[in-house]
Design a protein around this ligand. Structure first.
Ligand code: HEC
Ligand code: HEC
Length: 262
């Protein structure tokens, strides 16, 4: 009591009380607001999980089973995570049209919302890698040189030095990387579709994944400093081209000089 009395007498007391009251109201408001938005988020996830279960039963269960437990026509999806579903369905690989060696990339037949619902349902069955956030795939300020190095070490042996793709054994192939979105590139690394290894965030830290994405996008948009890109088949083709074209030019020059000299 003597303390408050002392405070009241203080000239600073009134503004101090005001500030304290404001802070308290603000904090209370923030708490209420975040708890309502958390409730809202939970409700949305729940409806989308239910919607996802329905979509799955219609479009995917014939191969993956009603509870995603797998059948002879498709693997179990327990624990593959939302990232695998988002990757497979947004890149049009799933639903697989015909049983083949490898599901090709094509236009997705599901809307973004439906894909999110499918992913939410599969993720609700067992924990697995989540869909990368906007922050995960934000390449602003990424180190391109580091990305190039990491790409050559980890990806080039299958996808080629310029991301043009290449054949693997058994009729399989590593696709050209021209079409994948930043999110799909991240998801491919996280989930390792088919013959591709999984690059978890422990083996290949987020920072390096971002740098690799930036590098792939740079290669895709980048100009060809040498003029024609010659399919980016690498130094051998390009060297061969330079030699052939160079020799032709020399021969033409020699003939021309010969004719002039007469
Ligand atoms: C005609 C059969 C078939 C249908 C229909 C089908 N799938 Fe698949 N799915 C497969 C096969 C086979 C594989 C494994 C081969 C591969 O990954 O290319 C696979 C792989 C997957 C994977 C990758 C699993 C992993 O380990 O990374 C996911 C995720 C997936 N399917 C989701 C779906 C979803 C979601 C649907 C429905 C929209 C669907 N599939 C429809 C046959 C099918
Ligand atoms: C051992 C070979 C191999 C290595 C190494 C590899 N990949 Fe792949 N990658 C594949 C195969 C095979 C597929 C196709 C999977 C499918 O069709 O289901 C693929 C698919 C992809 C796709 C999907 C492309 C699309 O158009 O949908 C991306 C993106 C990708 N890889 C990026 C990478 C990156 C980045 C690295 C390095 C960190 C890497 N890959 C390393 C074999 C490989």
């Amino acid at each position: 009591m003597r303390f408050t009395a002392a405070l009241r007498r203080n000239r600073l007391a009134a503004p101090l009380v005001m500030v304290a009251a404001l802070v308290a109201t603000g904090a209370a408001y923030a708490a209420i607001d975040s708890s309502t938005s958390a409730v809202q988020a939970a409700v949305t996830t729940e409806t989308s999980v239910t919607q996802g279960k329905m979509l799955f039963a219609e479009g995917c269960s014939s191969c993956h089973g009603l509870n995603a437990e797998g059948t002879t026509d498709g693997p179990s999806l327990i624990g593959v995570g939302a990232a695998a579903v988002d990757f497979q369905v947004s890149s049009g690989r799933m639903p697989m049209a015909t049983q083949g060696i490898q599901a090709p990339r094509k236009e997705s037949i599901y809307s973004e919302e439906e894909i999110a619902a499918l992913a939410a349902w599969v993720a609700s069955l067992a924990p697995g890698p989540a869909i990368p956030t906007d922050e995960d795939i934000n390449t602003a300020g990424a180190n391109l040189a580091e990305g190039g190095e990491a790409f050559r070490v980890n990806c080039a042996q299958c996808h080629n030095f310029a991301g043009q793709g290449g054949a693997l054994t058994g009729g399989k192939y590593a696709p050209n990387l021209n079409k994948a979105t930043a999110r799909q590139i991240y998801e491919a690394m996280l989930t390792g579709p088919q013959n591709m290894p999984i690059f978890s965030d422990e083996t290949l830290p987020k920072e390096q994944k971002r740098a690799i994405i930036a590098y792939i996008e740079e290669m895709r948009n980048g100009a060809n400093p040498g003029g024609l890109d010659l399919g980016k088949y690498g130094p051998v083709t390009e060297g061969l081209f330079a030699w052939t074209a160079g020799f032709l030019l020399l021969i033409v020059a020699a003939v021309w000089i010969g004719v002039k000299a007469k």
